[in-house]
Design a protein around this ligand. Structure first.
Ligand code: 3HC
Length: 312
């Protein structure tokens, strides 16, 4: 039985009136948002690592400049999302401690290795393509700070996807046979993990029902996954790349593609921390945090001195 506060809150949600930091909100709403926004921020920060691997190895100066700009954008998305999470009464240090201790999740996709330059194009096209599919609806999420952060982030994501696809067009349509093979090997490795980005099936999703009632989640995991497949298959056809799914078939009356079953054991293993690169990603982040301790100490000392001068 809802009490007056909860009824008023749900009325606002139904009326699509944004919930702002100072508004009353159910504890579960706050907790779900802290969980999702912080994990989203962690995804942006950890997501820089697979691509960083190729900044010094980019094939041309132009590709290096583009990749630098994209990775820098991801850092900004992370900081933006940590700010949105902080409006819910949690500190950045707490959130980072959860990431570094292995307690917090980040998107499963970043636990796969980037073995060659085709992977960098594949990440832009497939991973950012999936991220856009998942983030566009979040612009309409009921929590003001998260929705506004998403509006800004979605604008930059379209550049990320475009540059990845452009790199693949170069390799697949204007490159050598070896480059075409590299791209085919890459999609063989990244296709299924990209589908896993959308989360478990609706039947297995533990948060979807409540997140949809609170308009945190606007579409279900399977809906967005289906939209992603329907949009991406024609692009793969254009590139002349074969999608590694023998069950992929156009279904006329559904108006979409039927596709094979995802390897859910792999998905749950990766989000439990046992993917190919989980340990490496976490140790890279912990090392970066520890290496930056002197700098944070300097900033705090400087801020203290400034405050003392002001009050002297
Ligand atoms: N990776 C890691 N964990 C995942 C996951 C994935 N791909 N999909 C689901 N999970 C976790 C959930 O966090 C939850 O675990 P928890 O209770 O410990 O947090 C559990 O699996 C059950 O899944 P649910 O579907 O019930 O959970 P959600 O309702 O939270 O839905 C989600 C999962 C769709 C990923 C949702 O959390 C979401 O939309 N998150 C924000 C957007 C996001 O993170 N997008 C991908 C990031 S990629 C990116 O942004 C970088 C890009 O710029 C390249």
């Amino acid at each position: 039985e809802m009490d007056a506060n909860e009824r008023a809150f749900q009325t606002r949600i139904e009326a699509d009136i944004k919930i702002e930091p100072k508004d009353w909100m159910p504890e579960g709403y706050r907790k779900t948002l802290i969980r999702q926004i912080s994990q989203h921020a962690h995804s942006e920060i950890v997501g820089q690592l697979p691509e960083a691997n190729w900044i010094t190895r980019a094939p041309t100066l132009e590709r290096k400049a583009i990749l630098l700009a994209k990775v820098q954008d991801e850092a900004g998305h992370g900081l933006y999302l940590y700010c949105a999470a902080e409006t819910l009464g949690v500190s950045r240090d707490q959130l980072l401690a959860q990431l570094h201790s292995g307690k917090a999740k980040y998107s499963s996709i970043f636990n796969y290795p980037t073995l060659n330059w085709a992977d960098v194009g594949m990440i832009g096209w497939l991973v950012d393509g999936a991220a856009i599919m998942n983030q566009v609806p979040l612009q309409r999420c009921s929590y003001g700070p998260y929705s506004r952060a998403m509006i800004r982030i979605c604008k930059e994501e379209s550049f990320h996807q475009r540059q990845g696809y452009d790199a693949l067009v170069k390799m697949c349509l204007h490159g050598t046979p070896e480059q075409k093979e590299m791209a085919q090997d890459s999609i063989n490795r990244w296709w299924w993990p990209a589908l896993m980005m959308f989360g478990p099936s609706d039947a297995q999703s533990v948060h979807s029902a409540q997140s949809m009632a609170w308009k945190i989640k606007i579409n279900t995991n399977d809906e967005l996954r289906q939209k992603f497949v329907d949009q991406t298959v024609p692009q793969a056809d254009y590139l002349g790349l074969k999608i590694p799914d023998p069950d992929l078939k156009w279904n006329e009356e559904k108006g979409g593609y039927d596709f094979g079953e995802i390897d859910w054991d792999e998905f749950y293993q990766v989000i439990a921390g046992n993917g190919p690169c989980n340990k490496q990603r976490l140790s890279d982040r912990v090392k970066a945090w520890e290496d930056g301790q002197w700098y944070r100490d300097g900033l705090m000392a400087h801020a203290r001195k400034k405050a003392e001068r002001r009050s002297a």
